[in-house]
Design a protein around this ligand. Structure first.
Ligand code: ADP
Ligand code: MG
Length: 519
């Protein structure tokens, strides 16, 4: 740079000499019309600007002594001039008319955008980074928390001293099926003390737990059956399953007050949301999956039938309540308070619970499928689990079931319902006679039958359970026997529908009630 500066000085001196400049004369940049060269000689150099018809005309040139006063005129919006007094000083000189400077330097649109966007972008990045950091910290805390870990002070205070019924009947319930907001579900889950193991399914354990002095059932899924937990939680959370005969119903349970409506008496579904909570915690670095529902001290229908012989009336209550639950599952209800149609796919006496009023409720929705007519959407879930072989319909065993058709799943539920009905009626006393409890096909397959065992009996030999003769000496039981047979047709479409069975049983019920009223 220094060298270049020296060069140009030398060049100017050389040019002055060659142009024959006097000692007080300057060489200036010149672009006025009379300049034949890009430079001129004078006492001072100038730059001038003039507005002509809206356009700005700029000139550079030399001034002789006698017009130096031009240099002292003020710069206006229309005209301005600036002078300098060293060789070629006006070449780089800049001049702005009044108002032009601001205009000339007004930021262009792209630079304006940049000026806005860069701070905005920086802010956004900062916010995202902060959020990420907070999330990481929260995750870290969550991992550290355990069942007894009451880091959930806020959530705990939300639950306070409420009873389950307070919580479930409160207006704080969400529009979703579960009835309880997620945080309350977690709080309830983390305040439960496990007391005793009351059941073992194939996929986990069910415990009686205590929450604020009330018994609750805690189903603990083994982590390899995450899909069942996910499915059951998903169904309870997305679907309004408030029904007397679906697990979770509040009324009718000992110690819990509140109105109970029963489908057996035609009053439809319960006003209470049923399912209580679902929770996933990390304990000793393994995942614990919980599903918390109402506790039914009678246990499963399977357990109940082992120890209880039934009279015809109770037999009918059990049978009718199960079909009411099944119809509620199978039917699609439209509207905001509606539900999709659901097929259970694992109906059996172990998946049915007996409440204290002898009505049953259907449990274990881990394998259920959902269907919505409007969207014709069949949600089969993502569960590798299959139903219980002993209860599988012939089309399932022969693998000919139309898996893309929702009706097929309902028809397999009806097959299984027939088998449950058979289990119940065997335990019903007629003329002082009753059979021991036995599972369906007890006389045809071994205790833990294989798929092939079942296939041979049900598809190839086309056997159905033997109906005890004594049932035909009672009008109600012979009607039940007829229903069973119509649940066991090889052809799925020939079977009764759950709704048809429900209607038949309702008639049977009223025929039982009438003589009583007449007494
Ligand atoms: P799995 O999916 O492992 O088969 P289930 O939901 O069928 O689990 O429950 C297994 C057993 O636990 C049932 O057969 C029953 O004996 C008992 N059980 C389940 N839920 C309850 C409940 N809410 N109250 C009382 N006992 C229950
Ligand atoms: Mg089960």
């Amino acid at each position: 740079m220094m060298q270049c500066g020296a060069c140009s000085q030398a060049l100017l001196a050389l040019m002055s000499l060659s142009l024959g400049l006097a000692a007080d004369e300057l060489l200036c940049a010149c672009d006025v019309p009379h300049c034949s060269l890009p430079s001129c000689m004078g006492k001072v150099c100038f730059i001038s600007k003039r507005k002509e018809e809206g356009a700005i005309v700029q000139h550079r040139g030399c001034l002789s002594q006698n017009i130096l006063e031009h240099c002292h005129t003020a710069v206006t919006e229309q005209y301005g001039m600036r002078c300098c007094d060293s060789s070629m000083c006006n070449a780089e000189l800049e001049l702005f008319l009044q108002g032009e400077e601001a205009l000339g330097h007004a930021p262009s649109l792209p630079s304006l955008l940049l000026m806005i966007f860069i701070p905005l972008l920086t802010l956004l990045i900062l916010v995202v980074l902060t959020a990420l950091f907070c999330w990481k910290v929260a995750q870290h805390h969550h991992k550290k928390s355990d069942l007894g870990d009451m880091d959930l002070m806020l959530k705990a205070s939300m639950v306070g001293d409420s009873t389950l019924e307070d919580l479930l009947s409160d207006d704080c319930t969400t529009g979703s099926g579960s009835g309880l907001p997620f945080l309350v579900q977690r709080t309830v889950a983390r305040q439960i003390t496990l007391v005793e193991c009351v059941g073992k399914g194939r996929y986990g354990e069910v415990w009686r737990g205590v929450w604020h002095g009330e018994s609750v059932a805690v189903k603990i899924f083994s982590s390899r059956d995450e899909q069942s937990w996910f499915r059951e939680t998903e169904i309870y959370n997305t679907v309004l399953l408030r029904h007397d005969n679906i697990l979770g119903e509040l009324g009718g349970q000992a110690g819990l007050k509140g109105p109970r409506s029963s489908c057996l008496h035609g009053s439809g579904s319960s006003p209470h949301p049923g399912f209580i909570a679902s929770d996933m915690t990390s304990r000793n670095s393994s995942t614990q999956l919980w599903l918390i529902t109402h506790y039914h001290e009678n246990g499963s229908l399977y357990d109940y039938l082992q120890r209880t012989a039934l009279d015809v009336e109770t037999c009918l209550v059990l049978a009718s309540s199960i079909i009411c639950g099944l119809v509620h599952l199978h039917v699609e209800i439209f509207g905001t308070q509606g539900k999709p149609a659901i097929a259970h796919r694992d109906l059996k006496s172990r998946n049915i619970l007996v409440k204290s009023n002898q009505q049953c409720c259907i449990a274990d929705l881990g394998l259920a499928v959902m269907h919505s007519q409007g969207s014709d959407y069949l949600d089969i879930g993502n569960n590798p689990r299959v139903g219980t072989k002993r209860y599988m319909a012939p089309e399932v065993l022969s693998e000919q079931i139309r898996t893309d058709c929702f009706e097929s799943y309902k028809q397999t539920d009806v097959w299984a319902y027939g088998l449950v009905l058979w289990e119940i009626t065997r335990r019903t006393v007629v003329n002082g006679i009753v059979e021991e409890y036995r599972p369906p096909f007890f006389d045809a397959v071994p205790s833990d039958p294989s798929f092939e065992d079942m296939k041979k009996v049900v598809c190839i030999d086309q056997q159905t359970p033997v109906i005890p003769n004594r049932l035909f000496s009672d009008s109600v039981l012979s009607a039940l026997a007829k229903i069973m047979k119509e649940c066991w047709y090889q052809s799925p479409s020939a079977r009764l529908t759950a709704l048809r069975i429900k209607k038949t049983l309702r008639k049977l019920n009223s025929s039982l009630e009438k003589p009583k009223l007449e007494q």
